[in-house]
Write a protein that binds this ligand. Structure first.
Ligand code: HEM
Length: 127
C-alpha cells in the first residue's frame, strides 16, 4: 500500500506532464502546425493522456489514504467535484489549439489558472 505522499508525487507528475504536452501542442498550432503534423503529435497526445491518467491515479490514491468518500461517489465532497470538473476542462482544452490556433496563446494563460484553481480546492476545500 503506497503512502499518501507518494500519490501526491504521482499527482504532481501528472500535472507537469499534462502542462508540458499542452504547451507544446499550443506552440505547434500557433506555428501553423496541424493535426496531420509531425509524429511528435502522437507522442504529445500520449503524454497528455498519460498525464491526465496520473492526475486521477494520484488523486484517487490520496482520497483512499485520507479515507474520504469511502461511501463512494455519493459521498464525494463539493471540492472534489470541483477538481474533477477542472480536470475534465483541462482534458477538453487539448483539442482547441488545432481547431482555433489563435486560441493557443490564451490557452497557455488559462491552463495554469486552472491548475491554480484545482490546487485552491485541494488546499482550502471551500465547498
Ligand atoms: C487539473 C487537475 C488537478 C490539479 C492541478 C490538482 C492539484 C492538486 C495539488 C497541487 C494537491 C496538493 C495539495 C497539498 O499539498 O495538500 C492536490 C491534492 C489532492 N487532489 Fe488534486 N488536482 C487535480 C485534480 C484532481 C482530481 C481529478 C482528483 C480526484 C481524484 C484530485 C484529488 C486530490 C486529493 C484527494 C488531494 C489531497 C487533498 C488533501 O490532502 O487534503 N485532484 N491536488
Amino acid at each position: 500500500m503506497f503512502p499518501r505522499d507518494l500519490y501526491e508525487i504521482i499527482h504532481l507528475i501528472g500535472i507537469a506532464l499534462t502542462m508540458a504536452a499542452l504547451g507544446a501542442t499550443a506552440l505547434h498550432a500557433l506555428e501553423g502546425g496541424t493535426r496531420r503534423g509531425p509524429r511528435a503529435r502522437r507522442v504529445l497526445v500520449a503524454l497528455y493522456g498519460g498525464g491526465l491518467f496520473l492526475i486521477l491515479l494520484g488523486g484517487f490514491g490520496m482520497l483512499a489514504r485520507l479515507g474520504i468518500a469511502r461511501a463512494g461517489v455519493v459521498a464525494f465532497p463539493g471540492w472534489l467535484w470541483a477538481k474533477l470538473a477542472v480536470w475534465a476542462l483541462l482534458g477538453a482544452v487539448m483539442l482547441l489549439p488545432y481547431r482555433r490556433p489563435t486560441w493557443g496563446m490564451p490557452m497557455l494563460l488559462l491552463a495554469p489558472l486552472l491548475i491554480g484553481l484545482a490546487t485552491y480546492f485541494a488546499l482550502y476545500k471551500p465547498i
